[in-house]
Design a protein around this ligand. Sequence first.
Ligand code: ADP
Ligand code: F6P
Length: 319
Amino acid sequence: MKKFAILTSGGDAPGMNACIRACVRSAINNGCEIYGIDRGYAGLVKGDIFQMDTKSVCDIIQRGGTILKTARCLEFKDPAVRKAAAENLRKHDIEGLIVIGGDGSFTGAKYFSDETGINVVGIPGTIDNDLAYTDYTLGFDTAVNTVLWAINNLRDTMTSHDRISLVKVMGRSCGDIALYSGICGGAEYILVPEIPYDIQKIANDIKINRERGKTSSVIVLAEGAGNENEIKTIIQLLTGADLKITILGHIQRGGSPSMQDRMLAARFGVRAVEIMLEGKTNRVIGIKQNEIIDQDITEAMALKKEINKQLYDMAKELC
Ligand code: ADP
Ligand code: F6P
């Protein structure tokens, strides 16, 4: 395996650039040619493929986003489109593809490899941390730190005004951003999609606490765990308190990657190139108990991500 390509796909995540840098530098140092593909599978389909060198990845380790850009490409779900896309790689004699993305990107990569014989290796890049086979995905740590910055600022003003802060964070089906930022930001309530909650009970708790003198609190709400306006109405009605909603949105997806994400990016990138050189396909890279691992894509995707119940219970105890 001497020539391979790299793309970023799905939602961008801080650390993707640091990981592209690691893949490119490691490939070149191992005597390989490496090619970049613009805008994920969309660029693969269009044939936007260009050779990269060590200079192509200068001055990007600290930048959020992805220099290769990313896209959602629905036509890649069509086998005929994937076949045509493989021809674009063959024109350059490219035999392998590194995909940095989430579960959708990995599924596309698996089909692509099975149908075309092009070797694929996946690197988990998503702020959601929603892949069960790995403890962490690239971008999660930075996103949680951004949420923490926001919670700290919100606390200052909410406490001064005896208000309640409802902070809505990303995570449609996975509550990890809410859980980790809630624990580390000292949130009083953490609402995640995986665990049902009773909003009337929460409102009642807040009311009792207010009567005892605790006049301000922070609630972290994951995107998929309920409607912020409905929650606000119930809490205000039952407690008489003033509640302010803050939706952090895409602010969580940007920014300079944290130390953890840069380290993960370097370790994932180097391992992905090793796997390419070994001539393996359909592997995804991950981290388990601080060891870099690789696993078959199908096996990895079959695992169901669950919330860390121990951490969730600990959060409740500390609040
Ligand atoms: P993520 O990789 O972050 O989960 P998406 O689910 O949007 O993000 O997937 C990214 C891209 O991967 C899609 O735009 C599409 O090009 C490709 N993809 C997703 N699911 C499939 C599938 N079932 N078959 C082929 N390609 C897919
Ligand atoms: O998968 C990452 C993510 O940021 C999710 O947390 C969020 O639900 C979604 O992407 C938002 O996607 P888009 O940027 O396409 O609106």
